[in-house]
Design a protein around this ligand. Structure first.
Ligand SMILES: NC(=O)c1ccc[n+]([C@@H]2O[C@H](COP(=O)([O-])OP(=O)(O)OC[C@H]3O[C@@H](n4cnc5c(N)ncnc54)[C@H](OP(=O)(O)O)[C@@H]3O)[C@@H](O)[C@H]2O)c1
Length: 295
């Protein structure tokens, strides 16, 4: 039976992955405080003891603004630790699945980004995630880097979760129109990952090698944050609890933040869909199912 080592089991994505990967093999799922990506060397003995056939890394430093104040920590977690995972996976002949972000792009392209488009991160988080991608590509051959964007769930403090909470406590919301992306329900991302793996039938490490590389996996289509919020509010099955009267369009410079956000980073997922034959649902279809989870 395949041994799978999952990092970041309590994160938005890791929580969903844990529930899906158990269909593929025996899963050892870990998170802080049992592991600490800020001490990357501490990961080596742990990986060597478990001897996984597949490592799935959903752990990351994802606090985009705080990363501007803690660049070294963000670098350790998002770049150095993944380089250790790659080296250890390579020694074991294991596959490595890692997640990256639309924030490795500067948002100036004007069309949905493809995998071969030039990265040019404009904030520390994006730079550390790009460093992580490069470390993995250099450190091992059996890897998939799945770049995703605007990941949400209703278990943690995501944008989506906040909008539905605010709609119950505020009459008016101001949401920006000048950030465009592809909202991704974490369950869709976990399912797409698992289905792509299942296409490899019984030998995931070799399947990963055969299709090694970077893939974009995000909700299909695009919207701005304002449209995302509108759709969330309109799709909420418990709309009767709302006191929200209107959502006003706003601009990002009305809400100063430590990190700059790229203005336009929808992801084109054709490569993933065509390679694995796994269709990715439209972001609105996924969202209507996702909001039913909001308790
Ligand atoms: N969220 C987004 O909008 C978004 C967009 C694009 C790409 N991504 C990428 O998608 C992947 C999954 O993101 P997500 O939204 O599921 O992230 P998340 O909810 O923030 O989960 C990240 C997980 O990593 C853990 N972690 C943080 N620092 C750690 C450390 N020093 N040692 C060990 N574990 C640590 C966190 O634990 P604690 O909770 O205890 O800190 C958490 O369980 C990441 O690679 C992220 O970069 C996310």
């Amino acid at each position: 039976m395949m041994r799978i080592l999952l990092f970041g089991k309590r994160g938005q994505l890791g929580w969903e992955l844990h529930r899906q990967l158990i269909h593929l093999g025996e899963v050892t799922a870990l998170d802080q405080p049992d592991i600490d990506f800020a001490s990357p060397e501490s990961l080596r003995p742990l990986i060597q003891e478990i001897e996984p056939n597949l490592i799935v890394n959903a752990a990351a430093y994802t606090a985009v603004d705080r990363a501007e104040e803690e660049p070294d920590l963000a670098h350790q977690v998002n770049a150095v630790a993944p380089s250790v995972l790659a080296e250890e996976a390579s020694k074991l002949g294991a596959g490595l699945i890692h997640y990256s972000t639309d924030y490795i792009f500067d948002g100036s392209l004007g069309t949905a980004y493809r995998e071969e488009d030039e990265p040019n991160p404009i904030n520390t988080y994006g730079r550390t995630k790009l460093d992580g991608e490069r470390a993995i590509a250099q450190g091992c051959e059996r890897y998939w880097i799945l770049r995703t964007s605007w990941v949400y769930s209703f278990r943690g403090p995501s944008f989506a979760q906040k909008v539905l909470t605010w709609s119950r406590s505020k009459k008016q919301l101001e949401i920006v129109t000048d950030q465009v992306g592809s909202p991704t329900w974490c369950q869709i991302l976990a399912t797409a990952t698992t289905h792509a793996l299942l296409r490899g039938n019984t030998d995931p490490p070799n399947w990963i090698t055969r299709h090694a590389g970077i893939y974009h996996v995000a909700g299909k289509g695009q919207c701005n944050r304002y449209e995302f919020a509108q759709e969330l509010v309109n799709s909420d099955p418990r709309r009767d609890e709302h006191c929200l009267e209107e959502i006003l369009p706003a601009k990002s410079d009305q809400f100063p933040s430590l990190a700059k956000r790229p203005p336009y980073t929808p992801l084109n997922c054709d490569r993933f869909e065509n390679t694995f034959g796994v269709p990715i649902p439209d972001w609105k279809v996924a969202l209507r199912l996702a909001v039913e989870e909001y308790a």
